[in-house]
Design a protein around this ligand. Sequence first.
Ligand code: NAG
Ligand code: NAG
Length: 136
Amino acid sequence: MSFFTRSVSILWVLILFLSPTSNAVVVYQIIVVATNTLDNGSLNLTIYCPYFYPKLLHPYIHLRPGDQHLFGYSGDITPTLRPFLCFFAWEGAAHTFNMYDPTRDSDCEECNWHIGEKGPCRFRFPNREFACYNWF
Ligand SMILES: *[C@@H]1O[C@H](CO)[C@@H](O)[C@H](O)[C@H]1NC(C)=O
Ligand SMILES: *[C@@H]1O[C@H](CO)[C@@H](O)[C@H](O)[C@H]1NC(C)=O
C-alpha cells in the first residue's frame, strides 16, 4: 500500500468517525411511517428500501394517494448500515432519502414522513410543525 493510499484510507476512516451526521448508534423500536402526499393526492408513489426487502421478489411498496407504509427497526445504525435509506419514485421522478438519521431524527421514536415532490417533511411534535428536507 503506497503512502498516498494509506493516507487516503486513514483520512476516510477519520471522516467516517468525525462526520456529525454519521454517528454509530443503537436504536430500539424506531417506527418510520411514510405517507404519499404527492401532488395534492393525484400521484402513486413507489418506495424501495434495500435493507428491508433484500429477498423478496416484489420489494417495491406501492402507495396510492394518501396511503402510508410503516417500517419498524431495532438495532445498529452506522454510516454503512442505514436501514431507512430508501428510493422514492413516481411518474417522471426518482429520488433518494434517509428517513432516519440518528443526528437529525433523535427526537422521534415514531417518525412521520410526508412524501411530497419537493422533498420529505417530518412532523415534529415539540413545535407541532413540519420540518422539510431536500432530496439527496
Ligand atoms: C395543490 O394545492 C395547493 C393548495 O390548495 C395549490 O396552491 C396548488 O396549486 C396545488 N398543486 C397542484 C399541482 O394542483
Ligand atoms: C395508481 O395505482 C392504481 C393501482 O395500483 C391504479 O389503478 C391507478 O390508475 C394509479 N393512478 C395513477 C394516477 O397512476
